[in-house]
Design a protein around this ligand. Sequence first.
Ligand code: DX5
Ligand code: ZN
Length: 216
Amino acid sequence: MKHLIAPSILTADFGHLEKDIQMLNTSSADWIHIDVMDGVFVPNISFGFRVIKTIKKLAQKPLDVHLMIIEPERYFTEFRDAGADIISFHYEASVHLHRSVQMIKELGMKAAVALNPHTPVQVLENILPDLDMVLIMTVNPGFGGQKFIESSYRKIRQLKQLIIDRKLEVIIEVDGGVDFINTAKLVEAGVDVLVAGNTVFSAPDPIDAIKKLKIV
Ligand code: DX5
Ligand code: ZN
């Protein structure tokens, strides 16, 4: 499939969130990536249900909600009610991965597991057939605008091979440090969805930046 772009609103202008969501509606972005941080799993706090509900009312694209929180399963229903279409929760934050994936699906959403940079893709071998997507973190989660971790390519290739060998339809998303230079190599390594925060929202023309990320 042609790769998708999911701009992360973590770097959006929160004083004018409506304007930025309208911009994404008119752009060639495919999904809207929403980073939820609890200040415990990651050293930063972002926003919660009311902000997501507001975005849902304005957005004309699926909401790709990335939970960087401990005990994520406690809140799946609320995130669904707030408007999440896809939920990614962290392998490192969940003991009962299989149960959590089933819960997300029963709630009518797509389920993804996210991996921190130090976590090998092989830990997902047994659960891979149950997943819609794997999110590979290409920075340490917590902040936008960080430098891409180069060793991520190897992980992406390994995961792609696992998916091909088992004839699965799981897609691969990467998140962190995506820019105009590494996009081509990421797509070539097997990435289906690119999250981009800084590259989109710090660009002089975000619509054009999204278009450039899609062209590769
Ligand atoms: C980091 C978040 C990312 C972040 C990406 O913890 O999960 O989604 O917003 O931002 P950039 O693209 O600026 O690295
Ligand atoms: Zn994210």
